[in-house]
Design a protein around this ligand. Structure first.
Ligand SMILES: Cc1cc2nc3c(=O)[nH]c(=O)nc-3n(C[C@H](O)[C@H](O)[C@H](O)COP(=O)(O)O)c2cc1C
Length: 189
């Protein structure tokens, strides 16, 4: 099974990465490997809405997004992990998501969606935010859902944790790491 993950937090070893590490650990213990992209250290230009991909389904900007395009195309499982920044995913995650407009063109304009493998394509969205209000999570979840559907991932689970702010605070949550671990197990079952 081909499994990829995106870490959208700029904070190394922060709450998002701690959660993602647990998910990856469970997947690896089930005998799979995971290729993780740390978006904060990648060079990805923001979508310029130039329209080139409308005709071809291919983005004209040759940057680190090209390794991501290939990885998304061949993935059976895709994990997107991000903290909530201003009621959405981080800019690091969003710039990658916006560049998937070429997949949107491929799917909806050129009518050639990414084909599924025998494992199907499934996603997992991991979100963590400081506020207790649900609205931040709801906005990020809507963005995550649009992303997964665009890249032809028809189903995904979402795990979200509210009220988590300080670096490493997720470690004090009574069940978060266990839930992230179990979400990984479920993803590859
Ligand atoms: C620029 C910025 C904007 C933020 N906006 C929100 C927000 O809208 N809602 C929220 O719940 N938390 C918000 N937070 C808090 C982070 O989501 C929270 O600290 C999270 O635990 C960080 O995860 P990390 O350790 O993986 O980076 C914001 C943090 C920053 C730095």
């Amino acid at each position: 099974m081909n499994i990829i993950a995106f870490s959208g937090s700029p904070r190394k070893n922060g709450n998002t990465e701690l959660l993602l590490n647990e998910t990856v650990r469970s997947i690896e213990e089930a005998g799979h490997s995971v290729k993780t992209f740390y978006l904060n250290v990648m060079k990805i230009k923001a979508c310029q809405d130039c329209g080139a991909c409308n005709e071809t389904g291919v983005c004209i900007f040759k940057d680190d997004m090209f390794q991501i395009y290939d990885a998304i195309r061949s993935a059976d499982r895709i994990i997107l992990a991000s903290p909530i920044f201003f009621f959405s995913v981080t800019a690091q995650a969003k710039v990658m998501i916006d560049r998937c407009q070429s997949f949107w063109c491929e799917k909806y304009l050129l009518k050639t969606p990414i084909k599924s493998s025998r494992y199907g394509r499934k996603g997992l969205l991991l979100l963590v935010g400081a506020m207790e209000k649900e609205i931040g999570i709801q906005c990020a979840e809507a963005c995550g859902q649009a992303y997964f559907r665009t890249i032809s991932v028809p189903e995904h689970d979402t795990l979200n944790f509210l009220g988590i702010d300080a670096k490493g605070e997720i470690l004090k949550h009574p069940s978060a790491l266990k839930e992230a671990y179990e979400a990984g197990q479920k993803l590859v079952k």
